[in-house]
Write a protein that binds this ligand. Structure first.
Ligand SMILES: *Cc1c(COP(=O)(O)O)cnc(C)c1O
Length: 461
């Protein structure tokens, strides 16, 4: 197609919103390894997961075969408040880089919670309500997931208890207030409200917390209170399923103009936005219909894909959650205080881990200051203030576009702009003041985390 006919923003109509989510696992030959019961090391059955998670979500979690799962009408109605989200052609960025590459991004920051997380939050709240629960518990790091879940719970009139990593609770009081505005209760983690929180505080006095700690607390509270279940904003299969709405929309928008990306890039914390963005493209790749280069981008300070082990590990620090097979830095790994809170999880989605292990995607890590350079360049050219997490994808997209400039290749790049950075201005301030550091863990640092990975025959080989 004549390039000048392609709009700056490609919108879908409301009635083009996907009617089903796409479950990549259905097309995977090597399925992601099942969650294991840490006591028996046997695959967890639905009955065992039911005390922790909502029934319908357990079904979705365990379903490796149904390719399309219908999006309930009430969820579609909610989606219509902020979806379909646009695919934007980054023409000003291209021009500033002087690259022949064509750069597109799918923008998910267009809702008050400021990120893609609302796509799964509303689904999880819906199923909790449908089951007749009183409320849900969860953890939040930087606060995007907690905010998204608070919004979703207020929509369905559910109680929402958020355990927020202490360092973020203190550094991001504004996020906390947004959550409280939507009616959630927010507790800094580790707290003395839970047994596991007390234990963690005894072992690590003065700790500023981690996602792994907060998960342990939220799970404990969910299992000890009647009518409550725990919900998680990333990593799980069900979350990637809900996030497939990102990729389905992106593909439908690009298809309208016969645009085929050569390279698809996403930042990777637990893998949900990346898994969602790539879903329909990966489906084609898995079925042998088309090929795409897919790149996961993670912080050099929390490098699960690029330096982690592919092994069964706990998802939480308190070691009360099921074991998941994934690229992991060990559940005891606490990353240095980098500013991309949403990318600080020690593990990675099992499905993406399997795909990476099988060579279907690449991964790279990037350092914090180079991420903020990219973020600032993007803000100055495209106007949108990106979340630091999203800026990891921007960094890689810019790097690929610069390569195209060197080789003269007109590649088409699609990346996920997962959110906005209005609550991350302390990080931007550090960057502008030149006091941002690039801490990269040494092999010895990582070994401490690896030593905590459970040892049993067949694990870690
Ligand atoms: C949480 C978050 C991420 C990372 O989480 P994934 O599950 O890997 O997608 C990325 N960007 C933003 C803006 C986030 O809030």
């Amino acid at each position: 197609m004549d390039d000048s006919k392609i709009p700056y923003k490609i919108y879908l109509e409301e009635n083009e919103l996907p009617t089903s989510w796409y479950n990549m696992r259905a097309d995977m030959k090597n399925k992601p390894a099942p969650l294991l019961n840490p006591g028996t090391l046997q695959p967890l059955k639905a009955e065992e997961l039911a005390p922790i998670f909502c029934e319908e979500l357990v079904k979705q979690e365990l379903d490796d075969t149904t390719a399309f799962i219908e999006i309930p009408e009430e969820i579609r109605k909610f989606y219509k408040m902020y979806r379909p989200s646009p695919v934007v052609r980054a023409r000003f960025l291209e021009k500033a880089l002087g690259t022949p590459a064509k750069i597109y991004y799918k923008f998910e920051g267009n809702n008050t919670s400021g990120s893609h997380k609302l796509n799964s939050a509303i689904a999880q709240a819906y199923y909790a309500k449908k089951q007749g629960l009183k409320g849900v518990t969860t953890e939040t790091g930087a606060g995007q997931w907690g905010t998204a879940l608070s919004m979703a719970c207020s929509f369905f009139d559910l109680d929402c208890k958020v355990y927020m990593v202490k360092v973020s609770y203190e550094q991001k009081p504004f996020r906390r207030e947004v959550m409280r505005t939507y009616g959630a209760s927010v507790t800094p983690s580790p707290s003395t409200e839970t047994e596991v929180g007390k234990k963690i505080l005894e072992a690590h006095p003065g700790t500023t917390g981690s996602l792994g700690c907060a998960i342990s607390e939220a799970v404990e509270v969910a299992t000890k209170n009647e009518g409550y279940r725990y919900v998680l904003g990333s990593v799980l299969n069900q979350v990637l399923l809900h996030q497939s709405v990102i990729g389905l929309e992106a593909k439908a928008a690009l298809d309208k103009y016969d645009i085929t990306p050569d390279i698809i890039i996403g930042c990777a914390g637990g893998g949900s936005n990346l898994g969602g963005l790539i879903a329909p493209f990966m489906g084609e790749k898995l079925r042998g219909e088309k090929d795409y280069r897919i790149i996961a981008v993670e912080p050099a300070s929390c490098p699960s894909f690029t330096r982690g082990k592919f092994a069964y590990d706990f998802c939480d620090t308190g070691m009360i959650c099921p074991l998941a097979k994934m690229y992991t830095l060990g559940s005891g790994f606490i990353p240095s205080a980098n500013h991309a809170g949403g990318l600080r999880f020690h593990g990675m989605s099992s499905a993406l881990s399997q795909l990476y292990h099988d060579g279907y995607m690449e991964a790279r890590s990037v350092e914090q200051t180079s991420v903020f350079e990219a973020a600032e360049f993007f803000a100055r050219t495209e106007g949108t203030l990106p979340a630091p997490e999203s800026a990891h994808a921007i960094r890689a997209a810019i790097d690929e576009a610069i390569k195209c400039k060197e080789t003269g290749e007109e590649k088409t790049i699609l990346f996920g702009l997962t959110g906005t950075g209005y609550f991350d201005l302390v990080a931007y301030e550090k960057f502008h003041d030149g006091v941002m550091s690039d801490y990269i863990p040494t092999d010895a640092d990582l070994q401490v985390g690896f030593d905590g990975i459970p040892k049993f025959p067949g694990n870690m080989d």
